[in-house]
Design a protein around this ligand. Structure first.
Ligand code: TRP
Ligand code: MN
Length: 461
């Protein structure tokens, strides 16, 4: 990598970072982080890059999801378990619908910082620094609480290590066992239409598993039935944290630098300027990375960015995460796909139907409508079909908690009951029922794709 160092980003203009009052404390924290063990291992990140290459080539489907922002207050075993369960449920529905491996990546174990549209928040004429996630300051509207505190970076490391430890235990220790798929259904989802559909699907899978057992394949002797690969990701926003955890891979031949705070990092829509710090840092790490593309993304700029971030044109290195909004998706995504297709650059395409669809309800709550989310997902598939390219995956904000943050869905959250259980530290998330409904919609879209493909194959042979 030409002229790149783990700290070369420091010479570039940077957006969305906190202003700490005591810089020497920041340096001490960075030093402390830099001697802590990595959270993930280079080989794992490299394996995910291979999986993402499968996503880009249509041989696997990506499911990326989790909190908008994790928080210290809600960091506990039950929340981690429930998010994991919902992701497993969605994954099994998608695996069944697509007949493809589903690559599971959590927005978990590190997603503690948030870019904000304004550096200040004003309430009743009082102006304080905006809340930028627990990694930076406290959500409470109070002068002391809103002061950025570098010690929080160490706390994020500790919390992320604990989350990741539990996720690894779940993924490999029996929770993901396919014979237990009934247990992933959360209490409050029971009785809904989505839960009924899930029960039907679970019965089909169970009978397939019984058939396989009769043939001699059981979870005891076939780890693929018992375990799953589960990866972590977050927006790489606070680059001093990322730099301190960037480590050289000394074990394998491809001796690169890896971000070890997570398997995958993404660049946000607000920090994707080609001449700025975030792009500079990300171009040098060897992890698979994501790039959020909002409606303001210009096709030519995008091509320059792709070349900068993936100069070797490696499959699996870069995934574009489109977040256009339900009314813009058709119009805005097509020119980007056209340009990329023409250029011969290799990327994976993923749909984030959340961030382009945030609206303010009359009650003042930020919310998202299930209808808009579904429309954007459908639009994403339609555009790819038209362009003959690959709709590789989805990126959601969801939680295993029974929240009322997004409106709509069969469980019918409406604007008047948003206040019942509105707990998010940032954007409105899908609850477990809404997540499952979306998974079924996706499964339908994916199985239609598969039928289309089978017809094509039949026509050729
Ligand atoms: N190992 C396979 C996979 O991860 C099958 C599997 C096991 C699975 N447990 C799962 C799939 C849970 C989805 C959900 O894809
Ligand atoms: Mn968000």
């Amino acid at each position: 990598m030409i002229d790149w160092k783990t700290d070369s980003w420091r010479k570039f203009p940077i957006k969305q970072v906190p202003e700490y009052s005591n810089i020497s404390n920041v340096a001490l924290v960075e030093k402390e982080l830099s001697i802590r063990p990595p959270l993930v291992f280079a080989e794992e990140a490299r394996r995910l890059r291979k999986r993402m290459a499968d996503v880009a080539e249509g041989k696997a489907f990506l499911l990326q999801g989790g909190d908008c922002a994790e928080s210290f207050a809600e960091h506990n075993a039950n929340n981690i378990r429930d998010s994991f369960r919902v992701l497993l449920q969605m994954a099994v529905v998608l695996t069944f619908g697509s007949a493809l491996p589903v690559i599971k990546i959590g927005r978990l174990a590190g997603q503690y910082s948030k870019p904000r549209s304004s550096p200040f928040e004003v309430i009743n004429d009082v102006s304080l620094p905006s809340y930028r996630g627990d990694m930076v300051n406290d959500m409470l509207f109070d002068e002391e609480a809103r002061k950025p505190d570098p010690e929080r970076l160490l706390k994020v490391y500790d919390k992320s290590a604990a989350t990741l430890n539990l996720l690894r235990a779940f993924a490999g220790g029996g929770m993901a066992d396919l014979t237990k798929l009934h247990e992933w259904n959360l209490e409050f989802v029971r009785g809904t239409k989505a839960a009924e559909k899930y029960k039907e699907l679970a019965a089909k899978i169970t009978s397939s598993l019984e058939f396989m057992k009769a043939c001699g394949m059981t979870p005891e002797n076939t780890p693929q039935l018992r375990e799953t690969e589960f990866y972590t990701s977050h927006e790489g926003l606070l680059l001093n944290y990322e730099e301190a955890l960037t480590r050289k891979d000394t074990i394998t031949e491809e001796k690169g630098w890896f971000a070890t705070s997570a398997h995958m990092l993404w660049i946000g829509d607000r920090t994707r300027d080609i001449d700025e710090a975030h792009v500079e840092y990300m171009r040098g790490i060897a992890n698979p990375i994501g790039l959020k593309c909002g409606p303001s993304t210009n096709p030519d700029d995008l091509l320059r960015l792709i070349e900068r971030l993936n100069p070797l044109n490696q499959s699996g290195r870069l995934t574009l995460i489109a977040r256009m909004g339900s009314s813009e998706i058709q119009k805005k995504l097509k020119p980007l796909i056209t340009a990329v297709k023409k250029s011969g650059l290799i990327v994976g395409w993923c749909c984030d139907p959340m961030h382009g669809n945030t609206v303010k309800a009359s009650s003042g709550f930020k919310t998202r409508k299930m209808d808009d989310i579904m429309t954007e997902v459908k639009g994403f598939f339609e555009v790819h079909k038209e362009m003959d390219t690959i709709p590789g995956g989805v990126h959601f904000e969801m939680t295993g908690q029974n929240v009322t943050e997004c409106v709509g869905g069969v469980y019918e959250v409406n604007e008047s009951n948003l206040a019942d259980r509105y707990h998010t530290h940032c954007d409105p998330r899908l609850n477990a029922t809404q997540s499952l409904e979306l998974a079924f919609l996706l499964a339908d879209l994916l199985s239609e794709n598969r039928k289309g493909l089978n017809k094509e194959i039949a026509a050729v042979s």
